[in-house]
Design a protein around this ligand. Structure first.
Ligand code: HEC
Length: 214
């Protein structure tokens, strides 16, 4: 928690940089909002000097803003994607999948209640009726039990060149604590996951998406 607070503060500092790179007008506002929502830690300067925090917060600044000009995408590993999602604070900063609400009634196998978020790249593609998701698009689906307890987080992340055969989707399934869920054979559910690919490829004509608009 402490680390995260620091990151939002650093990200706020980068709002200036976002402007310089020609990002949308709501970038700094969104960042300021993120910083406020989480409070500004008094320990900001200490951790801000840690290696990597500037890079991480740059990614945060990008995705809360509307700039595509200096996008930074996470590596295609389950761990990198998870920490990116935490840094983004996607529940606060990303949009819900167009046409959905929080905890809408889901379809199998994803759970009775679902909440689905899209990052800016994915949101724009849906809004513009694109045929394919662009490089860097991320869709996060939270899978809840009928009692609205979070059971799993399933993610699709488009990375050009990652897996041409399956439209370059990186799949991952996490447990609520951020660890990767496992297939019955013990394989961690990340990457070119056969089960995810097999079912989602039924939607090949819609870039592997079930939820529509593509
Ligand atoms: C048996 C078929 C099936 C399997 C297996 C499956 N999914 Fe899905 N997936 C669906 C359906 C159906 C939806 C639409 C759910 C809804 O919103 O009602 C969906 C939706 C999604 C979405 C939202 C984007 C979209 O397609 O509309 C994500 C992200 C997702 N699944 C990730 C995964 C991941 C990761 C795995 C593997 C761990 C996986 N899915 C395995 C059927 C499947």
């Amino acid at each position: 928690m402490k680390t995260f607070r620091v990151m939002t503060v650093v990200a706020l500092g980068l709002a200036g940089a976002a402007w310089a790179y020609g990002s949308g007008p709501d970038a700094s506002a969104a960042l300021a909002g993120a910083a406020w929502a989480h409070g500004s830690g008094s320990d900001a300067s200490a951790a801000a000097t840690a290696t990597g925090s500037a890079r991480i917060s740059a990614a945060g600044a990008m995705a809360t803003g509307t700039a595509a000009t200096w996008q930074m995408a996470p590596d295609t590993t389950g761990a990198a994607l998870w920490s990116y999602l935490q840094q983004q604070d996607y529940q606060e900063n990303w949009a819900l999948y167009p046409g959905t609400t929080e905890l809408y009634e889901g379809t199998e196998p994803h759970g009775m209640l679902l909440t689905t978020y899209v990052n800016d790249a994915a949101r724009r593609a849906l809004r513009n009726d694109a045929d394919r998701m662009p490089d860097g698009a991320i869709i996060v689906k939270e899978n809840y039990t009928p009692n609205a307890d979070l059971a799993a987080i399933t993610v699709m992340y488009k990375r050009d060149g990652y897996n041409a055969e399956h439209h370059d989707w990186f799949f991952a399934k996490y447990l609520p604590d951020g660890s990767l869920d496992q297939a019955p054979n013990g394989m961690a559910l990340q990457g070119r996951v056969p089960g995810c690919q097999a079912c989602h490829s039924a939607q090949r004509e819609h870039d592997y998406l079930f939820m529509g608009n593509m």
